[in-house]
Design a protein around this ligand. Structure first.
Ligand code: ADP
Length: 604
């Protein structure tokens, strides 16, 4: 996929995700608000039912009472006008009944509405003497009906529910002579609502709040009041001059706003009508907690979304990192493979170059060797030829003794040729036996051979050998080659000590772990740097013609290599006496047992 195309797809996905998130948050808001509102309304309805029934119960307790009292002769007689019943008796009776029934007040009015007796006759706010002809409950009673009315008491100023019944004359069941009224206080009911911390209202038929869990909402109107209604209220002195200001106003969504816009409280109202009085019970559900709950649900969903988005981003980041790591690993692998291929190629090239070099080296060595052998053979042969020719002439001339001298020289030259050939044969004899050989015994043997030369040159010999416990010192090889090695090293040292004032030869044998180390040190002139480079080359010699063949160290090197050892030559520092120092390391065979007794033969 191209970069631009991928970007477009990513942008599309991002847009889709944003839309999805917004839609889901909107849905959560709506769903939570609806659910909370439904729950609140369900709750409101159940509370309304409870409060309505408790109010109706409270009112019904008293509906029978006025009629019951109105039928009592004591009450009737009090209104009959014959004045046989003292008012004090009626007062006391009413006071007793009020106290027992729990009514706030019970009072008796004559046909003009003047109170003749009352349960609160002895209180400062006694109804006795007051006239209530304007009250609907009086009017209703005078019409022979039961009156029911809610109003603020014009004498006490305390609101209450009034129930009344007509009082008929004793002899005439059709003549109404007055009315008996019971005032019931609903304050305790209101107090219950307040204690339950619920917003409950009771409005009358005009929509005026007559009871409320909040005192400030009382005697406020819920809707509009027309002039006639206002006039009636005024005439009946129902609310004793209360201005009946509106409680709040309805908003477009049907909720009721109480207080100023912005700072007021909003409520959803649930209403339930109450019996024949035209009263309505209202339960107010505050809107703010519903919105708060919906908002919290949205916040919680937003948090979940945020967590999901972060998780997604983290997973994406991780995947990218993983992909990058895999790509790096594959790059590394490819680079390694390329490197290995190059190394293999290079190794092949080097191997073939080395093979060529070895081949060239072999040819060069063969050439050098052939030239050396030719040179070494040529000189004695030329001498032999010359001595033979001159010897023949000497015999012809009869000079026998001179000829004999020639034959002697020819023999010497032949011996030299034989020595050369023997050396070459030894060199050619590669890969001899590898059996345990006591190096010290071989050294003894060689020293014995060279004993005559040592004493002739007056050489001081220092031996530094392992103690008895470590003897014999076994090395892997064969007698002949080890003797040859020792002979070559010691002869070279003796050659170097020829012109030295106090010649000294030090021979050391030591055990270093698995290896046996042989050192030969003389205090001769030492080896020049130039000579050191070619020391182990075949036919390299600094000795006079006839003294050395230049094969000794070459052969020694071959022997040491053959025995898996190492040979090194250098000079001893002048501070320690100077001279040449040879060090030979050979693989040891400690603890080995010889397969045969040590050979005792002379090396020539
Ligand atoms: P050759 O003894 O026949 O010369 P070698 O191979 O044994 O051949 O020795 C090569 C050369 O190494 C000698 O000619 C000599 O110059 C040098 N050399 C060997 N051993 C010693 C020594 N101990 N001190 C000084 N030079 C030495």
């Amino acid at each position: 996929m191209r970069e631009g195309q991928r970007r477009r797809v990513q942008r599309g996905l991002l847009g889709g995700l944003t839309l999805l998130i917004v839609a889901s948050l909107w849905w959560v808001w709506h769903w939570q608000l609806t659910r909370e509102t439904r729950d609140a309304i369900d709750h409101a309805e159940s509370r309304l039912a409870l409060y309505s029934s408790s109010l109706e119960g409270a009112l019904q307790r008293f509906t029978y009472l006025p009629d019951l009292l109105a039928r009592q002769p004591l009450v009737r007689n009090a209104l009959s006008g014959d004045d046989t019943t003292p008012a004090s008796r009626v007062n006391a009776h009413l006071a007793r009944v009020a106290e027992r029934s729990g009514a706030e007040a019970i009072y008796l009015m004559n046909d003009r509405g003047v109170t003749l007796a009352a349960s609160n006759h002895d209180s400062p706010q006694s109804f006795v003497g007051h006239r209530y002809h304007y009250r609907p409950y009086f009017i209703e009673a005078m019409r022979g009906k039961q009156g029911e009315f809610f109003a603020v008491g014009s004498t006490t100023g305390r609101p209450g529910y009034f129930v009344s019944a007509p009082v008929y004359a004793s002899g005439d069941a059709q003549r109404i002579i007055g009315a008996l009224a019971v005032k019931i206080s609903l304050e305790s009911l209101q107090e219950d609502w307040r204690r339950a911390d619920e917003k409950v209202l009771l409005s009358d038929a005009n929509g005026v709040v007559i009871l409320s869990s909040r005192p400030a909402w009382r005697f406020r109107r819920l809707g509009a009041l027309d002039a006639a209604a206002l006039e009636t209220i005024r005439a009946q002195r129902q609310f004793v001059g209360n201005p009946l200001a509106p409680l709040g106003h309805r908003l477009a969504d049907g909720s009721l706003l109480i207080g100023a816009a912005g700072v007021g409280e909003r409520f959803f109202t649930q209403a339930s009508p109450l019996g024949e009085l035209g009263w309505t019970m209202h339960y107010l559900v505050p809107v703010r907690p519903l919105y708060a709950s919906a908002r919290n649900a949205v916040l919680a969903s937003a948090a979940v979304w945020l967590a999901l988005v972060l998780l997604g981003l983290w997973l994406r980041e991780r995947q990218q990192r993983l992909r990058l790591r895999l790509r790096e690993a594959s790059i590394m692998r490819e680079a390694n493979e390329r490197l290995e291929i190059r190394v293999a190629e290079r190794t092949r090239e080097l191997e073939s170059a080395q093979a060529e070099l070895v081949q060239a080296g072999k040819l060069a060595a063969l050439g050098t060797m052939a030239a050396g052998i030719a040179h070494e053979l040529n000189q004695p042969l030329a001498g032999i030829r010359t001595y033979a020719a001159s010897g023949a002439r000497l015999i012809e001339r009869g000079r026998q003794s001179a000829a004999a001298d020639n034959f002697q020289r020819i023999q010497t030259l032949s011996d030299r040729l034989a020595t050369l050939i023997r050396q070459l044969k030894l060199f050619a004899r590669k890969g001899g036996a590898r059996e345990p050989v006591d190096l010290l015994a071989r050294l003894d043997f060689v020293l014995e051979l060279l004993g005559e030369r040592l004493s002739r040159q007056d050489v001081a010999l220092h031996l530094d050998l392992p103690d008895e416990a470590s003897r014999p010192v076994w090395v892997a090889g064969d007698d002949i080659r080890l003797e040859q090695l020792l002979t070559n090293l010691l002869r070279n040292a003796l050659d170097a000590l020829r012109e030295v004032d106090s010649p000294c030869l030090e021979i050391g044998v030591a055990l270093e772990g698995e290896r046996v180390v042989l050192t030969v040190t003389d205090n001769g002139p030492g080896i020049e740097a130039q000579t050191l480079k070619h020391l182990f080359d075949p036919f390299f010699t600094t000795k006079r013609v006839g003294d050395g063949l230049g094969l000794g160290l070459f052969i020694s090197y071959g022997i040491v290599q053959d025995l898996d050892g190492r040979i090194r030559a250098d000079n001893r520092p002048a501070s320690q006496g100077g001279g040449a120092h040879f060090r030979v390391e050979l693989p040891g065979l400690q603890g080995a047992t010889p397969a045969r007794p040590a050979r005792k033969e002379t090396l020539t």
